[in-house]
Design a protein around this ligand. Sequence first.
Ligand SMILES: Cc1ncc(COP(=O)(O)O)c(C=O)c1O
Length: 472
Amino acid sequence: MSTPLLHKVYDSSIFKEEGDHLINLLSDYLSKTVSMESEKVINWSEPDEEYLFWKNFKQKGYTTSQLFQTVIERSIHTHHPHYIGHQVAPSVPLSALATLLSAQLNNGMAVYEMGAASTALERVVIEFFTQALGFKNGDGFLTSGGTLANLTALLAARSIKASSDVWNEGATHKLAILVSEEAHYCVDRSARIMGLGSGGIIKIPSDKNFKMRTDLLETYYAQAINNGFEIIAVVGSAPSTSTGVYDDLEAISAFAKAKNIWFHIDAAHGGAAIFSSKYKQLLNGANQADSIIIDGHKMMGISAITTAVLFKKSTSSYAAFEQKAQYLWEKNDDPDWFNLAKRTFECTKSMMSLRFYVLINAYGSQFFEDFLTTLYDTAINFGAFIKEQKDFELALDPVSNIVCFRHIGKGGNLDDINLNIRRSLLEDGIFYIVSTRLRGDFFLRMTVMNPFTNMTHLAALLENIRKIVNNK
Ligand SMILES: Cc1ncc(COP(=O)(O)O)c(C=O)c1O
């Protein structure tokens, strides 16, 4: 029997009232962060302190809108032009609204009936990608993030390329993949989940610019074969996470073809360059990939979390979790494209196609072009600017929106100096940047994710760093 509380919980007038508050709050938030009226990009607190704050929150008897306001205040602000840290986009407001729609409709998506509109839209969104990539007979689906997307694509690779039926029989012999030492850690993780073990993740060294040394592929391949491995795939990064450098996809593709192995591209970060007339050449060779993944929540401005998993051959799109069925589909005119859980790791998943489609519908591919091109341009200009500063060192010329650099002005232990800079910036909260280690050395790392970040902001960052160094 429904109770008064249940009626209250689902009361549409409360939804409207709270919804109006929230939209007003977010609208105010958007304008204050983008314009930098709110000074800080992060209000830093130590994890235990934050935990205690929230543990005691309920006792204070705050309303829902006060709760939402407090969450905003205590969260990092990706829409602030001084947010130049990890690779998460300041979500486009329309995409956030689509996420709200998805959350309230809560269609489950696993089978067609549980999300007719969003299932059909998912196909439209996938076609948007496959056309841009030049996959004439391509297909794919959306999944929850680049990590899961890479795992799914590699499962398809194993299903199609391995000489044994691992899905049904388990591992019968040693399988391996080739990947740059600079690849995102999730590729390594995927391989381990697939039971390849440390030996099955063959890391190809990178050159001085952190690109995979494709000239070494043959040697590493031969060694692995001698050691009893069957190589099923080679993975290119477009770009790699630490430095933002794209691997030579054409060379990797040629190698994959020669060896008859799967060619997968982890383009979680930079696959959206396909929509930029200026930067699409970074993806030359991508049209030869067997699979490629592209994150919406990185370089496409889409609310987290949503990733496209794309296959050159539509039949491959069914291979990850349906090893037997893939043979069936090849002969079958009706591959049941609309029951998405056959192809995704998730059973229930969010209606993520809406977040893409709302932008395609409102702005077309021009938005994706403007977004990525602006971010890459700004970072590349900033790289040139750093080079002119005597007290800073640029790790490498940026080719995308990721820039690695460090302060060298005062001599001493550069790792300690730059570790301190990063920590001071975090605690101060005026800028948010991150860090990486390149060949063992500590570098400051930033990703221009916000199209409103400009050279004035970035020059101010360097001034801020100088002040930190001079105060120590
Ligand atoms: C190249 C690359 N691949 C995969 C991932 C993981 O993507 P996600 O965070 O969507 O799981 C990242 C995240 O930074 C990345 O840079």
